[in-house]
Design a protein around this ligand. Structure first.
Ligand SMILES: [Zn+2]
Length: 63
């Protein structure tokens, strides 16, 4: 099943949409959360990128 993962650029909500590659040529789907069209297709990968979030093994304690 051609499931694609999208991420809303507005509320950062991640959702899945069943689209064909043809559909993707048109426009991105709306965010089911806020209804924004500013969604981006995510790469089909489980592990997320390394963004400065705050999770992970903290090495060395300050103070
Ligand atoms: Zn949204």
């Amino acid at each position: 099943m051609p499931m694609f993962e999208f991420k809303c650029d507005k509320c950062n909500h991640i959702f899945e949409e069943l689209l064909t590659s043809n559909e993707l040529q048109k426009e991105m789907p709306e965010c089911p959360e806020c209804g924004s069209k500013k969604t981006k297709k995510q790469v089909s990968s489980f592990s997320s990128g390394t963004d400065s979030g705050g999770c992970g093994p903290s090495r060395g304690s300050f103070g």
